[in-house]
Ligand binder design. Structure first.
Ligand code: FDP
Length: 315
């Protein structure tokens, strides 16, 4: 089986970029072990303080951030780290060619119930500064800590999936993930329906109407509430994920973060043949205004994303 190191040799001539991916993979392999034993170690509770987003930090949020920071600090190619858990960007190796933006532990509200969580990361050239469009990414990926630990990674070509073996190696289990053009599965937090805009309401109503409605086919809803798990399902078998702008999140710009959630996931989904948008603009085209900026996120099977865009185009 192809190892991550072998795949990197075929994907890039840039040893510095390969080393950044390997550092994130090493951090995630360590975190996989930490998460597996967290309930035994009593580490699933609150850490007692809040992060920059005003959310309560779990002990594991803090630990995950420390693990990622430790692995990247040892890498001369990493000039800057932006993390969901850190108010400011951290400057690391002077002259390092890359910037890493990460959500070290996404879906952490699911930790207490042993549901899949993940580490998301985006790699950008450090020469472009802190606020770069998603299309400038040099690589992006996530690690899903589920029944198996999966690293999903893309440089410029195909989206590849590696599984962490018991011996600690990353072995390729999918060479080129493809998001099917069409799908009958949608993922959205329907408890927020009263806040939705007309486009979101219109699209979801059509889906719920099924075969006899305007969409003319039956839909099923799937919502884990852990972005990594929801996007992993879409990358493996299609579907659409929506965290749109609604009347409650409008003042913040959305719910999910651009630099370390929306951009890396859009890079992966588009690389697998899917599509991503805020509703009115491609996610990878957004010019960031802040390192913790939030944006609306709609991504997945192209046909479904285009239907949502059609609703937004109605104005
Ligand atoms: P979490 O706060 O648990 O880290 O990143 C934010 C996120 O999880 C996503 O993983 C998930 O899709 C979303 O929040 C769910 O948010 P709500 O439960 O507030 O809808």
């Amino acid at each position: 089986m192809t190892t991550l190191a072998q795949w990197l040799e075929t994907e890039t001539d840039d040893a510095a970029l390969a080393s950044v991916v390997l550092s994130m993979a090493a951090a995630s392999a360590e975190l996989s072990g930490v998460l597996r034993e967290a309930p035994i170690a009593g580490q699933t509770g609150l850490a007692g303080h809040t992060n920059v987003q005003g959310e309560a930090q779990k002990a594991l949020d803090v630990i995950s951030n420390d693990v990622v920071l430790k692995h990247l600090t040892g890498n001369a190619a990493v000039a800057v780290l932006i993390s969901e858990e850190l108010d400011e960007a951290v400057h690391l190796a002077e002259g390092g060619a890359y910037l890493v933006a990460t959500d070290p532990l996404d879906g952490s509200s699911n930790l207490d119930v042993n549901v899949t969580v993940g580490t998301i990361f985006s790699v950008l050239p450090s020469s472009g500064g802190l606020l770069q469009q998603g299309k400038a990414q040099a690589a992006a990926g996530y690690v899903a800590y589920g029944p198996a630990t999966s690293l999903v990674i893309r440089i410029k070509g195909d989206v590849s999936v590696f599984t962490l073996s018991a011996a600690g190696g990353w072995l390729q289990t999918v060479a080129a993930a493809k998001v099917p053009e069409a799908s009958g599965e949608f993922a959205i937090n329907t408890a927020r329906e009263r806040f939705w805009d007309a486009a979101t309401t219109g699209y979801v109503k059509e889906n719920v109407a099924g075969e006899t409605g305007p969409a003319g086919k039956r839909y099923n809803m799937r919502w884990v509430g852990s972005m990594v798990a929801d996007i992993h399902r879409i990358l493996m078998r299609g579907g659409i994920f929506l965290y749109p702008l609604d009347s409650e999140t409008v003042s913040k710009g959305g719910r999910l973060r651009l630099l370390y959630e929306a951009n890396p996931m859009a890079w992966l989904v588009e690389g697998a043949g899917g599509r991503s948008t805020t509703g009115t603009q491609g996610i990878l085209d957004i010019v960031p205004t802040g390192i913790h900026q939030r944006v609306p996120v709609i991504l997945g099977s192209a046909e479904e994303v285009k239907r949502v865009e059609g609703w937004y185009a109605k104005g």
